[in-house]
Design a binder for this molecule. Structure first.
Ligand code: 5GP
Length: 191
């Protein structure tokens, strides 16, 4: 998606350690007009797919997922990260290793909000090694819901997550696919 690529080129900052900072428009300050365009693009890509629930993971996917849910006319559920092992309630649970924080979290979704009646589109800001997305896929499988696919804002295509998830037969639509990035040369996108 040209609009997102241009925004990453102009306002994204590449940090040492392979982190692309997009805090000024995507995951700290949020450009909601941009989110709207991204949501419309996912809606176009998944036209005809019967999505009735958006699932994301806290925290930085939530804003994008909310606007996307509005576009699809359905609710959004976010998987909660928790370090508490025995949280009360009836939940689906999996583990996710955080790329940015180097920690492993338990991730939960209430059974009340996801089940076999749901057709789920996963939304997240980044796809890197795939841990976050694989965690969400796990929760969908556990719930018996149907997985329609995933919408990712920025895929770091030089990391293995995208290949891993597609190899499982899951449709992944990434709006900007970064082929390489460095502090010196900035960001290059896949053609
Ligand atoms: P994965 O689990 O695919 O390795 O990483 C995805 C998660 O890590 C995303 O939810 C995102 O929050 C975070 N992440 C991964 N790479 C980056 C990055 O380069 N920049 C930022 N800002 N977040 C990232």
């Amino acid at each position: 998606m040209r609009l997102l690529e241009e925004r990453i080129r102009s306002d994204g900052i590449v940090r040492e350690g392979g982190v692309l900072k997009v805090d000024s428009f995507l995951n700290h300050q949020m450009d909601v007009a941009l989110f709207r365009e991204m949501a419309r693009e996912w809606k176009r890509l998944y036209a005809g797919c019967p999505v009735n629930k958006i699932l994301t993971i806290e925290a930085s996917g939530i804003g994008i997922a909310c606007i996307t849910a509005e576009e699809f006319g359905c609710p959004v559920v976010f998987a909660k990260k928790t370090e508490t092992k025995n949280i009360a309630g009836d939940v689906y649970r999996t583990k996710v290793e955080s790329f940015t924080h180097g920690k492993t979290y338990d991730v939960i979704v209430s059974r009340a909000f996801l089940g076999p009646q749901d057709k789920v589109l996963l939304i997240d800001d980044f796809l890197a090694n795939g841990a976050a997305l694989l965690g969400l896929i796990d929760l969908v499988r556990e719930s018996g819901a149907e997985l329609v696919g995933a919408g990712i804002a920025v895929e770091k295509a030089f990391q293995p997550g995208g290949d891993r998830v597609r190899a499982m037969g899951v449709r992944v639509e990434s709006l900007a696919r970064v082929s390489s990035m460095s502090v010196e040369h900035g960001v290059t996108f896949c053609p």
